[in-house]
Design a protein around this ligand. Structure first.
Ligand code: VIB
Length: 227
C-alpha cells in the first residue's frame, strides 16, 4: 500500500474529528466567537513562522532534488499566500505586535512545533516531510468540504475558508503525496514506520490545535492546588 493510503486510514479519526470540531462547525456557521478566532490567529502566527522555517531547513538538508524543490516552493508559497492573508486579518482585527508578544505560546502550539523540529533532527528529511504533510493536506480537505456548504456569514471566516480552496494548494498536496509515496517505497521498514508515526502525530496535533484555540488553552500557573 502507498504511504498516502496508509496514513489517511490511520489518521482518519482526526480528519473526521476536525470537520466535526466546534471550531470548524462554528466558523462555517459564523457563530464562532471572534475572541477564539483571534486566539487561533495569534497561535497560528507562531506555528506558521516555524512551519516556513522548517520547510527551508528540510530543503537545505535533503538530497532528493524533487523534495528540495517542493519544500522551497512551499516555503515561498506560504510567505506570498497564507502569511499575507494572515497579515490582513491582523490588521482588520487590530491584533497588534504587542498583543502577539504578550500572548504566551499555548502548550499544544509548543508541542506541535517541537514535534516537527524533532522529526527533522532525530530522523531524516523524508520523515520530517511526512510530519509536515498533514498541515497542507488536512486544510486542503477542510477547504474543499466547507466550500460545498453555504458561505460563512462572517467575512473573515469565509476568507479563511477560501485560503484553502485554491487550486495551488490542491496541486501542492498532490505533488507532495507523489514524492512521499516514492520516498516511502524506497525507505527501510524502520523508517517507513517512523514516516507513518510522524504523519499521525501531526494529524493528532492538528485536531488538538482546534481544541487549543476553542478552549483558549493556557499553561497551568502552578498554584492550582493552593488552598
Ligand atoms: C496548525 C495549522 N495547520 C495547518 C495550517 C495550514 N497550512 C499551513 S502551511 C500551509 C501551506 C502548505 O504548504 C497550509 C495550508 C495552518 N495554518 N495551521
Amino acid at each position: 500500500m502507498s504511504f498516502t493510503s496508509i496514513v489517511r486510514k490511520e489518521a482518519a479519526p482526526y480528519w473526521q474529528g476536525s470537520l466535526r470540531h466546534p471550531f470548524i462547525v462554528q466558523l462555517q456557521a459564523g457563530t464562532l466567537p471572534e475572541e477564539i478566532f483571534r486566539y487561533y490567529l495569534i497561535q497560528d502566527h507562531y506555528y506558521l513562522r516555524h512551519f516556513r522555517k522548517l520547510h527551508q531547513i528540510v530543503a537545505d538538508h535533503c538530497q532528493d532534488q524533487e523534495l528540495k524543490a517542493l519544500m522551497t516552493l512551499s516555503a515561498t508559497g506560504l510567505k506570498d499566500g497564507e502569511m499575507i492573508v494572515r497579515e490582513q486579518f491582523f490588521e482588520a482585527l487590530k491584533i497588534t505586535a504587542a498583543e502577539v508578544r504578550a500572548t504566551p505560546i499555548a502548550p499544544t502550539t509548543d508541542h506541535y512545533v517541537a514535534h516537527m523540529y524533532r522529526q527533522l533532527f532525530a530522523d531524516n528529511p523524508a520523515i520530517a516531510a511526512a510530519g509536515l504533510y498533514p498541515c497542507a493536506w488536512l486544510y486542503g480537505d477542510i477547504g474543499m468540504a466547507l466550500s460545498q456548504q453555504p458561505a460563512s456569514p462572517n467575512p473573515y471566516y469565509q476568507r479563511w475558508i477560501e485560503t484553502y480552496t485554491m487550486a495551488e494548494l490542491q496541486d501542492e498536496i498532490q505533488m507532495m503525496g507523489t514524492v512521499l509515496n516514492r520516498l516511502y517505497a524506497a525507505s527501510s521498514a524502520e523508517d517507513q514506520v517512523k514516516m507513518v508515526q510522524a504523519f499521525v502525530r501531526s494529524s493528532q496535533l492538528e485536531y488538538h490545535f482546534w481544541e487549543m484555540a476553542y478552549r483558549k488553552e493556557q499553561w497551568l500557573r502552578g498554584d492550582e492546588y493552593d488552598e
